[in-house]
Ligand binder design. Structure first.
Ligand code: SF4
Ligand code: SF4
Ligand code: SF4
Ligand code: FES
Length: 673
């Protein structure tokens, strides 16, 4: 158990974990120590000196962000001495900072504004100086305006900690500034436009490029939700004004650098304003898709489904919510009475690997092992997993990479084992058993003849010595990697789509034809749900496409049913770590759009029997699952050989057609050339 230290802060008794700094210890007693450069979860940096406090028995004030709690410590955070020093520091900052709070975008959440108010500073007593730095605004995402910069270094530290390393301090003293290598624009500096620096910056030096006059901070309704664009399933905070989304930030409290979101999750929401967003049902008349009513569209689809019955196929993405997945399964089985229902999950995983994955938290783990997985912030394959792993490593965790191909993440690893992952896993399992760790008889027999290399021995040592190791694996290697977790650690297969684990737990996997078979065989009716990544028409007699945007597949459909996006729908998903997450509706459904489940329920009322909306109890029950890990032979599951990058781009094609992400695609392509 964590050792607690007793101390006093501003007369309040605090019991804080040993090793905690005074800023965080103050929070435990609702004492807020002013700070500008501190980021919760990171080591104190000591750049701003605003967090100075007095400790009884010490001659000079100390910085709270870098001073650890000690038994019996008596701390004063509001003495005249420290308040005077803070006022002096703020006075100095204001001498080189624009005083345009009345129109500044950051007004309302600017830390400098907050402290200037608290310390009664309307301006500076020093001679004001304008630095005349150029503004970097040749990208549609981030406006970098160094004139506002107070050199707190938060942006530099988050960018470094997550491994992107674009920003740094340049120059010294009064000439110090934050910049990029060779003073290039963000676009030319390898920036991924994740915007972590936007969330970190306490002032107006790094706002979103389009924030100017999009409303004041206090006018926004802030709604927590989840990004469903990739298997990371990141928490997001959506700011809404007048019924439309104004910006998206990471779903954590300001002043903390724990969570990450990528450019897709932060900026991709503009796709809901694109003309490709569907707002009305469409039906094909004389070769052309024309608008029609829901009544007409539903009655045509119901008729076709009744007629086709078991010759109907349902294909869906694994990015739909749990409620939609359960409704789709019930609709297919109980209403249309077909066994053919499958999702894109079957292109990169079997159901068992995701359903039987264990749960764990990266932040609690001291050793992460990547087996055959290649997450990357740069090509946006599970970018948040890449960033979280790098952060964990930078905060003291260790990383082992096992991969037969080169990966960029191995630059953060303590140990990188190259070669066939199965041989590596076998060798490591044998080395663990040789070290005296317990394993069952079958496993011992399976690895008896395995060769143990020096690196395998090192990996086994790291695993044996770790307290909470986690193995993240590609689904095709899950069974083999799970054998290690039978000896030690937790094992998690990572899917490429946000709700892959939820889909597996909901049992939305075929009892008849597979996704590929339904696409290639001639189904009487093929019914596609979500942004199914097909560009040409499958060989179906009748094609129904139920989607939020006019996708390539929708263009080929006989009937198009307009569904809501995740911003317009409430529901749940289960992330790759096994957490059930709530998705809040942030805006009203556009036009005549309906949620996937509501469309299916409406159809069931025509075809009969009518199905009901899945209940919270059903969702909770399915989310629990029961992991059944047992020894499996060391084999790679075949048939999952799609390119993760191409697949993720394909399922997000409509989001990528939004104005800003189209720019990003072109910019990255230009850099690649
Ligand atoms: S957007 Fe991301 S990669 Fe670019 S500078 Fe900011 S933190 Fe670094
Ligand atoms: S740009 Fe913002 S976060 Fe970065 S050092 Fe300047 S004030 Fe701090
Ligand atoms: S990493 Fe994936 S889930 Fe997270 S913000 Fe980006 S696209 Fe969304
Ligand atoms: S917060 Fe402690 S020095 Fe800045």
């Amino acid at each position: 158990m964590e050792k607690l230290v007793k101390l006093q802060i501003d007369g309040k008794e605090v019991h804080a974990p040993a090793g905690m700094n005074l800023i965080d210890a103050g929070h435990l007693a609702d004492v807020f120590i002013p700070n500008l450069c501190y980021l919760k979860g990171m080591k104190g940096f000591g750049a701003c000196r605003l967090c100075l406090v007095e400790v009884e028995g010490m001659k000079s004030p100390v910085i709270a962000c870098n001073t650890k709690v000690r038994e019996g410590m008596v701390v004063h955070t509001q003495t005249e001495k420290v308040r005077d020093i803070r006022r002096f520091i703020l006075d100095l900052i204001l001498a080189i900072h624009p005083l345009d709070c009345m129109t500044c975008t950051k007004a309302g959440i600017c830390k400098l504004q907050e402290y200037a108010y608290e310390y009664e500073l309307k301006g500076t007593s020093f001679t004001r100086k304008k630095m005349g730095y150029p503004i970097d605004q040749i990208n549609p995402f981030i406006r970098r305006d160094p004139e506002y910069c107070i050199l707190c270094g938060r942006c530099v530290r988050v960018c470094k900690e997550q491994g992107t390393n674009v920003l740094d301090f340049i120059g010294r003293g009064i000439n110090a500034e934050i910049g990029t290598a060779y003073n290039k624009s963000l676009r030319e500096s390898g920036c991924t436009f994740c915007g972590s620096c936007i969330d970190a910056c306490p002032v107006n030096a790094l706002p979103e490029a389009d924030r100017w006059r999009k409303g004041r901070e206090w006018e926004y309704k802030k709604i927590q939700s989840v990004c469903l664009l990739c298997g990371s399933g990141c928490d997001i905070l959506v700011s809404v004004k007048d019924g439309s989304i104004q910006k998206i930030n990471t779903g954590e409290k300001p002043g903390s650098a724990k969570k990450y979101i990528c450019a897709y999750g932060r900026f991709g929401y503009d796709c809901i304003e694109e003309r490709t967003k569907l707002v009305s049902p469409l039906k094909r008349v004389k070769g052309e898709l024309r608008e029609t009513t829901w009544k007409d569209a539903l009655s045509i689809v119901a008729g076709k489904l009744k007629d086709a019955g078991k010759n109907t196929g349902f294909i869906s993405t694994a990015g739909i919510m749990n409620e939609d997945a359960l409704a789709l399964k019930k609709f297919a089985k109980n209403v249309v009475k077909t066994k053919n229902f499958d999702t894109t999950l079957s292109l990169y995983s079997d159901v068992h690997s995701l359903r039987d994955s264990q749960s764990a938290l990266i932040t609690n783990s001291d050793l992460l092992v990547l087996v055959g997985l290649n997450p990357s912030q740069w090509n946006r394959v599970l970018p948040a997993l890449d960033a979280s792993i790098r952060k964990r490593v930078n905060r003291g965790g260790k990383l082992i990479v096992m991969n037969s191909s080169d990966t960029r993440i191995e630059e953060a690893a303590m140990l990188s084992l190259k070669g066939d992952e199965l041989q590596i896993l076998k060798g490591v399992a044998k080395a663990l058993i040789d070290r005296g760790l317990k394993a069952d008889k079958q496993l011992k027999t399976a690895v008896r003849d395995a060769e143990i290399t020096e690196d395998m021995e090192k990996a086994a040592k790291l695993i044996a010595e770790a307290d909470r190791p986690i193995l993240f694996t590609s689904p095709s290697l899950f069974d083999a990697a799970a054998n290690i977790s039978l000896i030690k650690g937790r094992v998690i297969a990572v899917g490429l789509e946000s709700n892959a684990r939820g889909i597996a737990l909901a049992g939305l996997s075929t009892e008849g034809k597979t996704y590929k078979e339904m696409v290639n065989d001639r189904m009487k009716v093929l019914y596609a749900v979500g942004e199914v990544p097909l560009t040409s028409r499958p060989a179906a007699d009748f094609l129904v496409v139920q989607t939020s945007h006019f996708t390539d597949l929708a263009e080929q459909a006989d009937i198009v049913l307009p569904s809501t996006t995740s911003f317009e729908t409430e529901g749940t998903m289960i992330d790759y770590l096994g957490r059930l997450k709530h998705i809040n509706q942030v805006i009203e459904p556009m036009g005549l759009t309906k949620s996937h489940r509501d469309i299916l329920i409406a159809l069931s009322k025509i075809i009969k029997p009518a199905i009901k909306k899945p209940t919270d109890a059903e969702i909770k029950k399915m989310s629990k699952g029961k992991q059944k890990l047992a020894f499996s032979p060391f084999v790679r599951k075949e048939g999952f050989d799609i390119s993760p990058h191409e697949f993720i781009e394909a399922v997000n094609a409509s989001v990528l057609k939004g104005r800003r992400l189209s720019w990003l695609k072109e910019a990255l392509a230009a850099v690649a050339v």
